[in-house]
Design a protein around this ligand. Structure first.
Ligand code: HPA
Length: 272
């Protein structure tokens, strides 16, 4: 990855973004563009205006950066994400994390929609991601090593912070939500999986499957951030579901869950 392309993006953002470190960074997946409760919006910028990032090419991803306050906390939120399958390389995928790092942020919450593999899961459930399996076999840290991105060989024993995961559970409990811990399997997409792939991932220990989160999380963890991730089970995975999978179904499930996701995020902010 090219540091200069990140410099261009950081240079585009107003000084306000760098005057005080955010208490929390958020990356919101499909359908949750407006799941944020704000007291004051300090900065709002469409992705399309930010060099290197560019507008999302996927329907359902809002594509807006917002810096805002809630109950005295300062939050930097990326509403919508770029994916590796969009074909623009890793830079737009990890840029939100790199900007958060440059702002001095050390805590990140990531949300995604995922297919449910574990038979205990139903569509509409939430899963606190406790670990992942990177099935893509490539990694955003491949390439020149930059000191500021952490060690050359990052330890991956606790990528998802235990203490932050507990805060997600406490919030879910308060909201009376069905929630469980799980392992997220990361595939490149853009195809959904075959039933044979899902059987293989299940045998490997995956509970949910999706096309995001892991690259951002690898990068954030390597840089020393604490990460929490939550998946909405938008559908049962291929071969478990009785109907073919579709992006419309994923977006509709995310939109339906928006009030709950909003409450979970608010609660998480209050606890962290
Ligand atoms: N597979 C991969 N990615 C997904 C799925 C799925 O079933 N649902 C939402 N994102």
């Amino acid at each position: 990855m090219n540091l200069k392309s990140f410099d261009a993006a950081a240079g585009y953002l107003p000084d306000e973004c760098f005057t005080r470190e955010p208490d929390l960074g958020i990356i919101l997946g499909s359908g949750w563009g407006d799941a944020l409760t704000m007291d004051e919006c300090l900065v709002r910028i469409p992705y399309a205006d930010i060099p290197t990032l560019g507008g999302p090419t996927v329907k359902g991803h809002a594509g807006e950066f917002v810096l805002y306050t809630l109950n005295g906390r300062r939050i930097a939120a990326w509403c919508g994400r770029r994916h590796y399958y969009e074909g623009a390389g890793w830079e737009p995928v990890v840029l939100p994390v790199e900007i958060l790092r440059r702002m001095g942020c050390n805590k990140l919450l990531v949300t995604n929609a995922a297919g449910g593999i574990n038979p205990a899961l139903k569509a509409g459930d939430f899963v606190v991601v406790r670990d992942h399996i990177n099935l893509v076999g490539i990694n955003p840290l491949i390439g020149t090593h930059e000191e500021q991105w952490g060690p050359r060989f990052p330890d991956m024993t606790e990528v998802y912070s235990r203490s932050l995961a507990e805060k997600l559970h406490a919030g879910a409990h308060r909201l009376d939500l069905r929630i469980m811990d799980g392992v997220y399997a990361y595939t490149s997409g853009p195809c959904y999986e075959t039933p044979a792939e899902i059987r293989a991932y299940k045998a490997q220990g995956a509970d949910v499957v999706g096309m995001s989160t892991v690259p951002e999380t690898i990068f954030a963890h390597a840089c020393g951030m604490k990460v929490a991730a939550i998946s909405l089970v938008s559908n049962l995975a291929a071969g478990i579901a009785s109907t073919p999978l579709s992006h419309q179904e994923v977006i509709a499930a995310a939109e339906k869950s928006r009030p709950v996701m909003r409450a979970l995020i608010e609660d998480f902010i209050a606890r962290s």
